[in-house]
Design a protein around this ligand. Structure first.
Ligand SMILES: Nc1nc2c(c(=O)[nH]1)N[C@H]1C(S)=C(S)[C@@H](COP(=O)(O)O)O[C@H]1N2
Ligand SMILES: [Mo]
Length: 240
């Protein structure tokens, strides 16, 4: 897409899809919540505030190409002692609370509608940098597998020493959440997570998992994975 990243139609379509899931999600959670009295009132106020801040219609600012960090100066991280290498025959597995579990090769992903983001990346450790990332919206993959209405969370799995992250479904379906196979218009470098990484432009860097291996859609909040981010001392929700 040239110039403007999202057309109005794109946003309306993405918004309608997300709104459907969010509506179902809130029906499910309403029954579990104390909604009476003063605490109930405060909870509703708080929720409205958080949705205003982080809601699915909030877009992180897209930047011009001139803001890109020079080649080789964008820092790079992995927790494995060596640079993680994708297993032979790598394919992304998408399963859990979905009607049609699938595995997708990079070629399969490249056949899906391509999009691009260029938003400043913020690492919790205090640095920031800018690149453009090419890939497919996660909402597009969710549409393919048909997410079950009971779904509330998505777990992300990596072949980088099992780096693990759990997300709310809303963040996963945000129009600026993509599965990226390209960086600055070229193939995604191994240093930045090849063959496939997440880019979530509305959250801190550690949620943008590199060396992706699979997605599991669930109805349960869980941070007990081997590298659950809460155990690592980071907050579960990383909105910026
Ligand atoms: N698999 C994996 N994903 C990861 C990390 C990591 O160590 N391993 N680091 C996270 C952190 S803290 C940041 S800031 C970004 C850094 O992305 P980059 O290496 O492309 O700069 O990746 C995130 N995703
Ligand atoms: Mo980070």
């Amino acid at each position: 897409m040239s110039g403007k990243l999202f057309t109005r139609r794109d946003l309306l379509v993405a918004g309608a899809r997300t709104a459907g899931l969010v509506a179902l999600g809130s029906l499910a959670c309403d029954s579990q919540r104390p909604r009476q009295g003063f605490l109930g009132l405060m909870e509703r106020v708080n929720e409205r505030f958080e949705r205003g801040l982080f809601g699915p219609d909030r877009l992180a600012p897209e930047l011009p190409q001139a803001d890109e960090t020079p080649e080789g100066e964008f820092p790079s991280y992995h927790i494995s002692p060596e640079v993680p290498v994708a297993p032979a025959g790598w394919a992304l597995s998408v399963r859990g609370l979905v009607e049609r579990p699938i595995t997708l090769s990079v070629q399969d992903l490249q056949r899906l509608p391509r999009t691009s983001t260029r938003v400043r990346h913020h690492c919790v450790e205090g640095w920031s940098a800018v690149a453009s990332w090419q890939g497919v919206r996660l909402s597009e993959v969710a549409r393919l597998v048909r997410v079950d209405p009971r779904a509330r969370y998505v777990e992300f799995r990596s072949f980088d020493s099992g780096y693990w992250s759990s997300w709310d479904l809303e963040s996963a379906l945000h129009p600026q959440t993509i599965l990226a196979y390209g960086m600055n218009g070229r193939e995604l470098p191994v240093a930045h997570g090849a063959p496939l990484r997440v880019r979530v432009e509305t959250q801190l860097g550690y949620k943008s998992m590199k060396y992706l291996r699979g997605l599991v859609v669930t109805s349960e909040f869980d941070d007990n994975g081997p590298y659950g981010m809460i155990q690592n001392g980071y907050s579960w929700y990383a909105g910026i």
